[in-house]
Design a protein around this ligand. Sequence first.
Ligand code: ATP
Ligand code: MG
Length: 321
Amino acid sequence: MSLLVVDRLAHHFRTGSGTVHAVNGVSFSLAAGETLGLVGESGSGKSTIGRAVLRLIRPGSGRVVFQGADITSLPERRLRRLRGQMQIVFQDPWSALNPRMSVRRLIEEPLRLHSSLGAGERRDRAEALAGRVRLSAGMLDRYPAELSGGQLQRVCIARAIATDPALVVLDEPTSSLDLSVRAGILELLFALKEEAGAGLLFITHDLGTLRLIADRILVLYLGHVVEDGPAARVFDAPAHPYTQALLSAHLPADPAAKVSRHLLSGEVPSALVLPPGCAFAGRCPIAVARCREQQPALQPVGPSHQAACIRIAEGANRIAA
Ligand SMILES: Nc1ncnc2c1ncn2[C@@H]1O[C@H](COP(=O)(O)OP(=O)(O)OP(=O)(O)O)[C@@H](O)[C@H]1O
Ligand SMILES: [Mg+2]
C-alpha cells in the first residue's frame, strides 16, 4: 500500500485580480521510505501541493489518501490524531519557531502534543533528537535568537522527526540558508532518510539538490505534472522539453563542455489565465501549432516514467543539443 496517494488534486485561489489556477489535476503516489522530489519554478504550485497533502489547506478538488484514509474532508478532530504522523519543515526557520521558547521546549512541543510521554521521557527524547540533528546538548537551553540559520533549521528538523512521522514534507528546507551550511543540512536529511524510513516529499526549485536525495522526481509547470519518473531516468533521459531545459540550466559551468544551455527564455505565464493547450508551449523551443490546441496527457516513456508532451509520439521531443 502506498503511504500517500494524491489523485487529481486541484486548488484555485480567488483573489482581487481573478482566480489563480495554482494546482490543476496533479496525481502521484509516495511509498513508505521513498523520497519524492517536487521541482518547478516559482509559482508552479509546489507549496500549495505540500500544504494540501498535509491538509494545512483543504484542496478545491481531488483526493489525498494518507495511510489508506482519505484525509481530504476528514473533520479536524480526526485529523488531529494523524498530525503526529505527518510533519513539515518550512523554508524559513526564523518564522517557523516561537522566539520565546527555548530549543528544549521547541523540540519537546510536538511530543507534548502528539505523544503520551511523561516529562522525563520527553526530556531524554529531546536530548536524543538534538544529537540526531547534530546540535550539541548546550544548545538546548538557548533561544532562537542565539542560533544561526543552519542551527535553527536543525531545530525545525528535530521537531519534524520527534514523533517518528511516516511522512515529512520539506518545503525548500535549504534555500533560505547560506551556501556554506546547505550541504550540512542536506547531508543530515540524507542520513534521516536512510535511518528513519519516513516518506519524504522534498520540494525545491533546484534539480541539483534532488540529484543528491530523491528516488523519484515530479516536474511541475504551472500546476501541471509535466514529467514523473525515477530520479536516475529523469536526470539521464529527461523526456519533457521543460525538464531538459531545467537540467541544462544546471550543468556545471565547464567552459570546455560542448553542451549548449537551454536557458529558459520568457516569463512563466500567469496562473490567472492558463493557455488553452500545453502550459509550456509559449516558452518551448520545439512547440508546434498543435501544442497550443490540446492539453497533453501524461504518456509512458519508460518503466514508471511518464511525460506530458505530444511530440514524444513522433520522437521529436528532444530540444537540440
Ligand atoms: N494564499 C494565496 N492566495 C492567492 N494566491 C496564492 C496563494 N498561495 C499561493 N498562491 C498562488 O498560487 C500559485 C502557486 O503558488 P505556490 O506557492 O504553490 O508555488 P511554489 O511552486 O511553491 O512557488 P515558490 O517556488 O515561489 O515557493 C502562485 O501563482 C501563487 O501566487
Ligand atoms: Mg513554495
